[in-house]
Design a protein around this ligand. Sequence first.
Ligand SMILES: [Zn+2]
Length: 443
Amino acid sequence: MTVWLISAVTLVWICGGITAKAEESTAAEEVEETAAESKAAEDTLCIVIDPGHGGENLGGEYEDYTEKEMTLVVAKAMKEELEKYEGVTVYLTRDGDQELSLEERCEFAESVHADFLFCLHFNLSEHHTLFGAECWVSAYGENYSKGYSFANVEMELLQQLGIYSRGIKTRLGSKGLDYYGIIRHATKRDIPCVLIEHCHLDHDNDKPFYDHDEKLKGFGRLDAAAAAQYFNLSSAELGTDYSNYQNLAVDVPTDVVKPDDTEPEFCAIEVLEQNADNGDVTVQVSAADKDSGMLYYAYSYDGGESFSGLFPWPDRSCDTFSFTMQVPPRVVPRIVVNAYNGYDLFTASNVVSLPAMDYKTPEEIAEELAEKEALKSASDQVSSTKNESEDAMADNGAKQAEDDRFFLVMCAACVLLALGMTVSMVMILHGRGRKRRRRRRKR
Ligand SMILES: [Zn+2]
């Protein structure tokens, strides 16, 4: 019995030993693998792509579009394209509809020793007035200069695609730290990070750029090209060599790079021409903002009660430009222009009053033409009805005349018949009288 017990204990000990050894070797393999991975990560560039939102966090929603789905399509395409370059390892923070906190996304980037974190998003604006793309970067140190340098490539490519650039900006929260959580958590871990807002989902100007999955994949390939240029990558598969690409040199700021929180310094307008024949008014605008430059303008002809939609500032390196607006007829124009800076803050111009213009709009001209046409076709219809009735009357007259002729012929025939009968009767009676007279003479 004792022998059996000892044997059993020995067996358990041996098995336990084997299991422990197996566990040990698995752990050792894991350590080796991790070390190998870290070595690979050290040797190659490591890029982490973060498709914004996911799970319950839908992000922006507009019409049939949901941001969390769009960012995933872009991110997968960006990864696929970037992996065609040599010496780069690419990870996604999520490859499905998972919900992750901003901190978890940054923890993952840190765990794989990310050299850069690209956060992909789409935008919406409160009043559906804004359009274009923008990049948000950290307001601090190297993360600012690296972020800005990459964003400069990204914005250039987006502009080449035809999207309006809303610039490369910083934004601070109430505590003076980076406003966007993902940038804040990445900066804390010393990972350069850029938040790319590709365009606005709620503006017709931007719709042609995202209204198909293929276009979203195009955004992914564009983001990959921007990263490849920034990191001087090459791809034999793509036949692309960015090894000599010169990035914009951005000095490392010694202080926080504050966002612009003041309106443009001034905005003034002057009317250059007024055309009373068609309502066209040509206005010269001058405005400036030394902090974030000029971005949009909007005009009003009712003294600022209502405004046009936003228009892109034609040349952001120039403070003055002119444009032509049309003022409706019989309105006394009171012209005002709002000039917007890079942070969507605006300054209103002086008001210019002009005499009202009495001209006909193309709609009014078309309406008049339509009325004339309607009148003409109505009178044509009346005259054709009249002709028809006249024809009918003429037909009736001819028939009546024919009937009259027939009646007269019949009357004439009757008279002749009566006359013939009367003559015959007279001759018969006359004949009988002579016979009687002859008989009397014979007697
Ligand atoms: Zn977003």
